[in-house]
Design a protein around this ligand. Sequence first.
Ligand SMILES: [Zn+2]
Length: 419
Amino acid sequence: MTKKSIFKAERIANPDVSGWLTDHAVIVEDGVITAVEPSANLTSANDSYEVFDLGNVSLLPGLIDAHSHMHCSATHDAQSLAMRENNQQLTIRATNNMRKAVLAGTTTVRDLGSRNEVAFAVHQMIEDRHVPGPRLLLAGTPITITAGHCWFFGTEADTEDQVRTAIRTQVKLGANVIKMMATGGMFTPTANPRTPQYSVDVLKAAVEEAHRMNVPIVTHTLSAQGVRNVVDAGVDHLIHARWYHADPSKGLDYTPDTVKKMVDQGQWVDPTIGHHLLGTEAKQRGEIGPLEPHWAVSYKVVPEEEHLETLTNMHDSGVRFTTGLDMGMAYGTHDRSAANAWALVEYLSWPTWKAINAATIGTAEALGLAKQVGSLQTGMAADLAAFAGDPAENIRDMDQASTVVQSGRLLKLNNNVLV
Ligand SMILES: [Zn+2]
């Protein structure tokens, strides 16, 4: 392929990712968008370009996913597999998963926890173009307490000193984001999701250390007290942000004052409801479905509607949401990042463009990448994903991309994989 190319389509997302430009063309040189203009304006000066007329498709910026575990299988037993497989097995799967992600149209992925030997090696192979994969931000191993959530692929660190050392070590290895498990989790038997794993003081030290090294810090947070702790500590993003009461016989413990502080501090939330949607549909299809959650949560099962209500309350209060699938966890297959937008529309009643915006330019902003990716404008990386149909009419039309371009490199054209 030449270094100069033009991609024409009937519908192209406008610069704000809020509506369509019809019959436009994206002009690309050396991996960067140099112009977006009406196809009718193309002149003979463009003769030196290779032209791809994609026809009746919707051309969007490549999707952005803020939450992946590249080495996990996304099968119902994903967690137990990750526990017993060796680094070679996990590396092979991670390579394949990242290939699937980018070929589905997800051109940027933030991996929030995979073994270092896997994540950094796969990243290097993608960067060197030995294997196709998305642009990656990496946390390396998540930081957790001894026997804490995901200890089996994390770095265990209990005290303030240990946490500081763990953060420094991840950054030294190449991490550009820090992931901490602020509470227990659903599938780690020794880690109660309803209670915090770290005190506010240790979390504050972690935030200070990460920011000193100029990397953001993101926390897995399921319990109400955990949410209050990470908000007080000033972490950058909250993952899940669920409000489980510490008492397993009770439901949720939502505190609006905490949410107000979250908004004032500009803390983003990744609601991870796309993953829930895929798990629910798998069960409806007759598959095994996700594993039963931790006893402390299943003791009093909170209906999903109550979680959705707290998410709507948070959003109405001004909290912004990223699109992160929790790729790799049960039924969160790496080629289904689009389900994040489906869930925002179908579960939270968002307008389609608002959800498409979140999955592109919105999450690019949260990840600090808004000057590089997330919209189709002059100067941005040429990361493109074309979808048959019109996602603005039906959000489910945004699914497996038919054409994918990453940094100007054509990876898939009209459903033909080229790499
Ligand atoms: Zn996760």
